[in-house]
Design a protein around this ligand. Structure first.
Ligand SMILES: [Zn+2]
Length: 96
């Protein structure tokens, strides 16, 4: 029996990536995305899109991923998609 591929979200880890000379990093086999926490909100979204594209389409070139990530981020941002930090003890949620 064939199963539909489940789209399990990548695990996202925030850590300073100075040594790697990158703002983000994707590890394909582990489905892990690392993001530098020093990025601003919009750049963080852009890098997150970029790294997810690397995981979803490992065959894409860096140039293609770069373009798709920027376009995806620009559209999401223009539609006011923002990160909301959900904290059980704080209402309403904080917007970063
Ligand atoms: Zn890349």
């Amino acid at each position: 029996m064939r199963r539909r591929r489940t789209s399990k979200p990548a695990k996202v880890v925030y850590r300073k990536l100075g040594r790697e000379q990158a703002w983000g990093q994707a590890t394909i086999g582990e489905n892990v995305i690392e993001l530098d926490p020093r990025l601003g909100a919009k750049r963080q979204l852009e890098v997150l899109c970029h790294e997810q594209l690397h995981l979803s389409f490992p065959e894409m070139t860096e140039k293609q991923v770069d373009r798709a990530g920027k376009e995806l981020c620009a559209t999401l941002w223009s539609q006011a998609y923002r990160r909301v930090l959900l904290c059980p003890n704080a209402k309403p949620p904080r917007i970063s």
